[in-house]
Design a protein around this ligand. Structure first.
Ligand code: ADP
Length: 468
């Protein structure tokens, strides 16, 4: 509407000056033609300027030429009653233009100035251009006056106005139609998305954002769909987390309390029993300590607060040291064996952090293997990366659980079967460390066949060569 209004106003305000300019232009053209015809002649024959004056007839003008004595030497009139010059003036009259304020106008032209003014016709009440010019010939001077209405204006404005109303109406109707169509196309999917989002905000994850709309809204709907799935998973994980953490903290506390009471009431004086009970308390306290450390580490790593301390170290030596530690410790009383296929290779990484990842893969392989299982730690060295694999033939992980095992506090066994070595944080820490190193990592696993946890450290150290 605003554009239409502006257009209408512009049309009405610009059209008048435009027509006036047009009129003045054609008057000036004719005046210069007449000047050419007159120059160098003292007497003007009708034939000389007949062609030029035909232009006057064709252009809705009236013109009159006087000589120095005020005698009319030529006159042409296509206007009739509206011509401002005296209609009774005829050629050879010596009346010298009976005009509005004639003296002033004549003086202006006589002084050699070009007269270009607007007057209102008494007869038609229309704006008329009055043009006057002195033509200085070698033998005589002439005074040319041309008078013409800025005439087509009113009828044109009327035509334009009619057309304008018609077009404005058509545009208005079309705009309303298009707006309804567009707003329906834009708003109805948004309304649907909003309804689903409302459900989501009230904790109902059973939502469906699928819509058939234009691509941006489809993209938004897809993003929201994914978000709602992530939210649903996060919510489930949060509930797991609370259950796991409270369980993980509660159980050792219960044990610590129970064994403390036992020492107080029963085994206090029996050194052997008391030491056994005290060891349980120490183990449980260690577990709590480890749990809290792991929780803090995973938060720090995931928040990016822990910076890597990269050095060059031989991965083979590091892996052998870790395996030795296991063989001399936890594996002493187990029939699980660890085999290795290692090659010597120096990497640029945070040794403590990478050791932690390998140690976690290894302790998981031990935890989730059967008696007499074999674990293989394999290293392959290629041009651009070093790959470490920890392969077990244990319980394996089902396909549906695989995507979640890297999430913190995620334990497949939700039955709270107690494993003093399991905090559910190991893989989350490994993931954060590997991501901080820009390493690729993953797991291949099949239930009751076994799992292969692997990672690959790139040898492209952004310009830091191995030797540095
Ligand atoms: P946890 O302290 O429970 O071992 P992790 O984050 O290290 O926590 O592992 C998450 C879960 O992934 C484990 O609870 C276990 O169910 C599964 N998992 C990890 N490694 C293995 C493996 N080698 N074999 C079978 N399951 C595994």
């Amino acid at each position: 509407m605003a554009i239409l209004l502006a257009l209408g106003l512009l049309q009405v305000t610009l059209i008048k000056p435009y027509f006036r300019d047009q009129r003045v232009n054609s008057i000036e053209l004719i005046a210069s033609e007449i000047t050419d015809d007159l120059l160098g002649k003292d007497k003007l024959s009708t034939a000389d300027i007949e062609d030029t004056f035909n232009m006057i007839l064709n252009n809705d003008m009236c013109a009159i030429i006087f000589n120095d004595n005020g005698r009319v030497i030529y006159k042409e009139d296509a206007l009739g009653a509206t011509c401002t010059f005296d209609k009774f003036t005829t050629i050879d009259d010596e009346s010298f233009i009976p005009l509005v304020e004639p003296t002033k106008i004549i003086e202006t032209v006589k002084d050699g100035n070009i007269l270009n003014t607007s007057i209102i016709s008494d007869v038609s009440d229309q704006e008329m251009v009055l043009y006057g010019q002195k033509i200085e010939g070698d033998l005589a001077n002439y005074y040319l006056f041309i008078n013409s209405p800025v005439e087509p204006i009113e009828s044109y404005i009327e035509l334009f106005t009619d057309q304008y109303y018609l077009i404005a109406f058509a545009v208005f109707v079309a705009a309303i139609g298009i707006s309804f169509f567009l707003s329906d196309r834009i708003t109805s999917p948004i309304v649907k998305i909003k309804k689903e989002a409302d459900k989501l905000s009230s904790g109902n994850y059973d939502v469906d954002f699928t819509i058939d709309s234009y691509s941006e809204i489809n993209d938004l709907a897809n993003t929201l769909d994914k978000t709602s799935q992530v939210m649903a998973t996060t919510d489930e994980l949060r509930q797991d987390l609370i259950a796991n953490v409270s369980h993980d903290i509660k159980t050792p506390l219960t044990m610590i309390k129970a064994y403390s009471e036992m020492i107080r009431d029963i085994s206090g004086d029996d050194k052997e029993k008391r030491d056994k009970h005290l060891n349980v308390i120490i183990e449980e306290a260690d577990y709590l300590d480890r749990l809290v450390d792991d929780m803090r580490d995973v938060s720090k790593l995931q928040a990016g607060q822990q910076t890597l301390k990269r050095t060059n170290f031989d991965m083979k030596e590091t892996i052998e040291r870790i395996i030795e530690h296991y063989r001399g410790g936890i594996l002493k009383d187990m029939s699980i064996t660890i085999e290795t296929e290692l090659v010597s290779s120096v990497v640029w990484a945070d040794e403590t952090a990478i050791s932690r990842v390998i140690s976690n893969f290894l302790s998981n392989a031990i935890k989730y293997s059967f008696a007499d299982s074999k674990i293989l730690v394999k290293m392959t060295d290629s041009e651009d990366h070093l790959r470490v694999e920890v392969i077990d033939d244990g319980k394996g992980i089902s396909e549906s659980e695989l995507p979640y095992i890297w999430t913190r506090y995620y334990k497949i066994d939700k039955g709270f079967s107690r494993n003093i070595n399991s905090t559910g944080l190991g893989l989350a820490i490994a993931k954060a460390i590997l991501e901080a190193h820009g390493a690729k990592y993953g797991v291949i696993s099949k239930v009751n066949v076994g799992s292969t946890f692997w990672f690959e450290l790139s040898k492209d150290y952004d310009g830091l060569s191995k030797g540095n």
